[in-house]
Design a protein around this ligand. Structure first.
Ligand code: G3P
Ligand code: CA
Length: 356
């Protein structure tokens, strides 16, 4: 499900970025906020993901938020990587001094072989360099292979603060990391507090596929958050504790009633917002946006990508899976359905689509 890339009570509390500046003392209702563009792993369509270069470009392209996925180092530092196994996005496999660190672990019930961030100190990770995750899909990005470090969360915060944009950090594999003595939530809460980002008006959304992680964070900070929802499968914290609910269950009214007691919104995969027919064509919007809004929950959706293979069948252009299709049409269709924010690998495209 949540692979590196998939082909395929305070609910009214909002970050300042979500409150329209047009609302004034003379209005009784704030004007709906402009949908957010979230630079997914930075501008990951244009630069290797989760690098300061990718985040900087996302900001330059007009993203409102930049998105670091978070995993820990051996010495308890949070760094930006989509997963703790780093052979797909760094040059670690080419480093003889780290050859002995290659190992096999079970992560969220899946056997994974490679090199893991929790087996490296931050100083060791800083000797590595990022590489493009999808060289066959985005060969232009390979010219940047070997240039950029793995950034820490603090470096991402410093960049966002200097640019005046928000951050959207995601806890990755939180149940697993708690089981190995590296619980993510206290580490994240500490850094948020240290940076003055622990309040209800912080320009931040916290996110996780595991609701328990968001509940824990809500006990530590007042920072706004969303729970991520996939169309298939169930959260690993639920599977670990015997809770039978799936993510799709959480997208239904009873699930949303529960979520609104501890979070501000949902980050839903696109298919939960607008379903596709068996052939892959876009159908009509589901009830999710209306049901969530009725409960004061925001709906953000992922992931909007320019390439045909990630688009609905009826919005593809030509037959090359890596050629760009009508992603602008896709984003406009989703925004017209009432979506509050889009995670986009190409923030420039998303900003254009939103502002047309
Ligand atoms: O966090 C939103 C979206 O990024 C979830 O998918 O796997 O890219 O982290 P993933
Ligand atoms: Ca993410």
């Amino acid at each position: 499900m949540i692979s590196g890339i998939s082909v395929a009570a305070g609910a009214a509390v909002l970050p300042q970025a979500l409150v329209s500046p047009a609302a004034s003392a003379h209005t009784t209702k704030p004007r709906p906020a402009r949908p957010l563009v979230i630079g997914h792993r930075g501008a990951s369509g244009h630069r290797p993901e989760h690098t300061l270069a990718a985040y900087r470009l996302a900001i330059a392209m007009g993203a409102d938020f930049i998105e670091p996925d978070l995993v820990p180092t051996k010495d308890g530092q949070l760094v930006a990587r989509h997963e703790n196994e780093i052979s797909g996005t760094t040059d670690v496999a080419s480093k003889p001094q780290f050859a002995g660190r290659r190992t096999t672990k079970t992560i969220d019930g899946v056997s994974v072989t490679g090199w893991f961030t929790e087996d490296f100190t931050l100083a060791e990770l800083k000797t590595l360099r990022a590489v493009e995750r999808l060289p066959a899909v985005r060969p232009h990005n390979t010219i940047y292979d070997g240039l950029f470090e793995i950034p820490t969360l603090q470096e991402v915060i410093d960049l966002a603060r200097s640019a005046g944009v928000g951050i959207y950090p995601e806890t990755k594999h939180p149940t697993y990391f708690a089981s190995v003595g590296l619980a993510l939530e206290p580490l994240l809460a500490r850094i948020l507090k240290r940076n003055g980002l622990a309040g209800r008006n912080a320009n931040v959304f916290l996110q996780s596929f595991e609701p328990t992680s968001i509940k824990k964070l809500r006990g530590l900070v007042d920072t706004p958050s969303v729970v991520l929802l996939d169309a298939v499968g169930s959260p690993f914290d639920f599977r670990s504790s015997g809770d039978p609910r799936t993510w799709a269950d959480l997208a239904k009214p009873a699930g949303l009633d529960w979520l609104k007691t501890f979070t501000n919104g949902v980050g839903a995969t696109k298919n939960l917002v607008i379903a596709r027919d068996p052939a892959g064509n876009l159908l009509q919007p589901t009830a999710l946006i209306g049901d969530a809004h009725a409960r004061g929950l925001k709906v953000h959706s992922w992931t909007f990508r320019n390439e045909n293979q990630f688009l609905p069948l009826n919005l593809r252009k030509g037959t090359d899976p890596n050629a760009w299709g009508d992603v602008i049409g896709e984003i406009r269709t989703f925004l017209a359905a009432g979506l509050d924010g889009v995670f986009a690998d190409y923030p420039d495209t998303a900003v254009l689509a939103r502002d047309l």
